[in-house]
Design a protein around this ligand. Structure first.
Ligand SMILES: *[C@@H]1O[C@H](CO)[C@@H](O)[C@H](O)[C@H]1NC(C)=O
Ligand SMILES: *[C@@H]1O[C@H](CO)[C@@H](O)[C@H](O)[C@H]1NC(C)=O
Length: 202
């Protein structure tokens, strides 16, 4: 028995140095992948809250009138603010296009020429949107009458803008800002019901 056991241990093969090398390389690669993942995640956490954003910062319902024929007349003032929270890079905003609608009826399309926003600053775009004689369906007329009664009316503002940071002389980081908000007003005095209307970027 003793002899057999000795023979057994004696026969055990040693691990080949190349196998050890391969194992070490695999471990190093795995570690590098994990570290790269953590760096990207932290970069995302640091950068993401500061990506350029577009938000509605103020608004007013200047006019809302509907007649018995079902024609709606309205005027709204909307202040859209483009904010660049990056303290190191200028931002460009372009392809700005937001559609304002009521109950699926387009009232206006808000656009803007491309513009710069300097490091850590913002810029306001003031829109006065006027629309006359929007023909309403009987259901939509009912909605407007209801809005007067409840003293709350909602308009949809939806759209996109492209933004870009210039990084160094050549590079740039691009984002898309998506805005999708319900802007609510009190028709009786025209005041805006403040809500969070800020773009989501990626
Ligand atoms: C960015 O602007 C805010 C206020 O506008 C200011 O308090 C802050 O110190 C600025 N940050 C940098 C890094 O310039
Ligand atoms: C407008 O009316 C709403 C609801 O009645 C009220 O809460 C709000 O304070 C008014 N705003 C102004 C500026 O009078």
């Amino acid at each position: 028995m003793l002899f057999k056991r000795k023979l057994f241990t004696g026969r055990r093969k040693e691990t080949h140095p190349l196998v050890w090398l391969a194992a070490i390389i695999c471990a190093l690669i795995a570690t590098a992948v994990v570290i790269a993942g953590i760096v990207v995640f932290l970069g995302y956490l640091i950068i993401h809250p500061r990506v350029p954003v577009i938000s509605v910062t103020n608004a007013h319902l200047d006019l809302l009138s509907n007649d018995y024929a079902g024609l709606l007349q309205t005027q709204l003032t909307i202040v859209v603010t483009a904010h660049n929270g990056n303290a190191k890079a200028h931002a460009t905003f372009s392809d700005i296009k937001f559609k304002l609608s009521y109950q699926g009826q387009t009232i206006a399309v808000l656009v803007a020429e491309p513009f710069f926003v300097r490091k850590n600053s913002s810029r306001d775009l003031n829109y006065v949107v006027q629309s006359s004689s929007i023909p309403l369906t009987p259901d939509q007329m009912e909605e407007v009458n209801d809005a007067w009664k409840k003293n709350v009316i909602g308009f949809d503002l939806k759209g996109d803008a492209r933004t870009q940071w210039r990084v160094g002389p050549l590079g740039s980081l691009k984002f898309m800002c998506h805005l999708n908000c319900l802007l609510k007003f009190h028709p009786l005095n025209g005041s805006y019901v403040p809500s969070k209307c800020t773009s989501k970027s990626h």
